[in-house]
Write a protein that binds this ligand. Structure first.
Ligand code: NAD
Length: 289
């Protein structure tokens, strides 16, 4: 790091709270070092109260940009100058790019999800997806999948504070894309089972399977899955969730945790700031082998 930092180094931030656990600084700084790019990436503990001053600092310090995470993904929007159309549809921003004082907000979680499937030579364009969850990750996945040409998405959510968000997602997709989206709750297991049976991909974006719900899965019967389908869990810690174990028992060929999505959302942001492709395989080895 010492050899890399000089008077020309451009700063990129991560503004969230809490944030000290994040792998993003290691991911991006390793990638800058590998490619010899003169940037430094630092995490800043930024609460909602500190966000306006922190966003202004991007302009004042002529930072190249920032990642944005909870609790700031929505509240950052009015503080920016422009929004990428996908970020506007998702209603959240996880990446800010500063071009001569003009701040543009992007969302890269959904593109990261789609790219992680493409990395495995899997194509879900024109196919049907069943998706559990409509929070930050579920919204980004549903909207990007619909924008990219997934034909149909059945979204399942429980009747909690995210239910209205799930309704909004379905409305946005049906109004603004060619994809047909339908919202269900989990109450009728027969509907949940038949929607999965009719889909090429089942994706769980609820965080069930992660602490403190690491022993749980929304689908516990292997007979709900077919070997030729894709089962995707956005959770990446633990690496193998209960859902993934059920899919394995069912003989599902394509089973993924959220690691590829996490790397690819970072790579999308990296490209927006630097114009360069992140060395994803190198970073995967550095962080996870
Ligand atoms: P969130 O709180 O915004 O949304 C959670 C969603 O899950 C909501 O729709 C909620 O209704 C639903 N839910 C919660 N508990 C449930 C339960 N017991 N049964 C059924 N539904 C339930 O969270 P988020 O930010 O969207 O994160 C969700 C998961 O995705 C987390 O595990 C997170 O680590 C992961 N994630 C992964 C990536 C990645 O790059 N791989 C990116 C973002 C989030």
């Amino acid at each position: 790091m010492n050899e890399r930092i000089d008077g020309h180094t451009l700063l990129i931030g991560l503004m969230a709270y809490p944030i000290r656990h994040s792998m993003s600084p290691t991911m991006h700084n390793n990638a800058f070092a590998k490619l010899g790019l003169n940037y430094a990436y630092l995490a800043f503990e930024i609460t909602s109260e500190k966000l306006p001053a922190a966003i202004d600092a991007i302009r004042t310090l002529d930072m190249r940009g920032s990642n944005i995470s909870m609790p700031n993904k929505q509240t950052v929007i009015p503080l920016l100058d422009k929004l990428d159309p996908a970020a506007e549809m998702v209603g959240a921003v996880n990446t800010v790019v500063n071009n001569n004082g003009i701040l543009t907000g992007y969302t890269t979680d959904g593109t990261g999800f789609m790219k992680s499937l493409a990395d495995e030579n899997l194509n879900i364009i024109g196919e049907k997806m069943t998706l559990s969850g409509a929070g930050g990750a579920g919204t980004a996945i549903a909207i990007q999948a619909a924008l990219d040409g997934v034909k149909e998405i059945s979204i399942f959510n429980q009747h909690d504070k995210l239910w209205s968000n799930a309704q909004r997602n379905v409305n946005v997709i049906n109004e603004k894309t060619q994809c047909k989206a339908t919202l269900y709750d989990f109450e009728d297991p027969d509907i949940f089972k038949s929607e999965i049976a009719d889909s090429m991909i089942y994706c769980d974006s609820t965080g069930v399977g992660m602490k403190p719900l690491e022993d749980m899965t929304l689908v516990s019967d292997p007979s709900w899955f077919r070997p030729d389908m894709i089962v995707f869990d956005t959770v990446y810690a633990p690496r193998t969730t209960e859902l993934m174990r059920v899919a394995k028992t069912a003989g599902v060929k394509h089973i993924f945790n959220g690691l590829g999505m996490m790397l690819e959302q970072g790579a999308e942001a990296f490209k927006l700031w630097t114009g360069e492709d992140m060395p994803v395989e190198y970073i995967r080895e550095q962080l996870f082998s």
